[in-house]
Design a protein around this ligand. Sequence first.
Ligand code: NI
Ligand code: MN
Length: 228
Amino acid sequence: MATLTWHGHSCFTLVTDEGKQILIDPWIDENPMSDIKTGDIEALDYILVSHGHSDHFADVVKLAKKTNATVISTFELVAFTQSQGAKNGHGMNIGGAYVFDFGRVKLTPALHTGSIDGDDGSHTTDPAGFLISLNGGQRIYHAGDTALIMDMQLLHGSVDVAILPIGDNFTMGPEDAARAVEMIEPEVVIPMHYNTFPVIEQNPEGFRTLVGDRAKVVILQPGESFTV
Ligand code: NI
Ligand code: MN
C-alpha cells in the first residue's frame, strides 16, 4: 500500500509500498495550510517539482540540501536547483518518462506560466504535471498548476488517482476540473490548490457534486492521508 498525505495547496508526501519517500511541490514553511514544517522532515528520497512558482518551489532547495533527495523536474528547473546547491537532480521534459527505483514518472503538459521566483531571469521553465506509475501498480496523476487542456484525454485509462487543482483564478476551477475527470476517468480524484488564499476559495463539496458518480472524490484536510 502506498500512502498519499496532503500538506495543503499542492504539496503531498507519497510513501511507496517499498518505503520510498517522495515529496511533491514542497511549499511548507510559508504555506498557511501546512500541517508540517520543513524542520519536521528528516529523510526524503525524491522531490518532484511541477514548476518554479514559489507556492510549489519555495522549500525545494532547502530540503534537497538537507536530505540529499533527488529533484525530479524539467531540465531547467533542476539545473536551477543545482546552481543553488542541491546535489542530486534528474532533469526531464514534457512527454518524457523515466524509470526510477520507485516506478516510472512521465512529465505531462500543463498550461500555465513558469517563472522561477527569486531567479535573475536566466532560467525559464515550462510547467508540468506528473504521471507516476509506482512499482506496486498504483498510477497517480498530479496535474500541477494547469488549465483544462485537451491533452488530458490522452491520460484516459492510465490513472487510478487524479490530483487536480480546483481553486480557479490561477488554475482550473471546479467546473473545468470536473470536465478533466470526465476526460481522464480516474477511479479517485483528490482536489488541491484551493482555500489557501481568499482568491482561490472553493467549497470542495461543490466539486464533488459536479463530479457526480464519474469518480470517487476524496476531500483531504491538511495532514490527512489516502491509501492508494
Ligand atoms: Ni503556479
Ligand atoms: Mn500554484
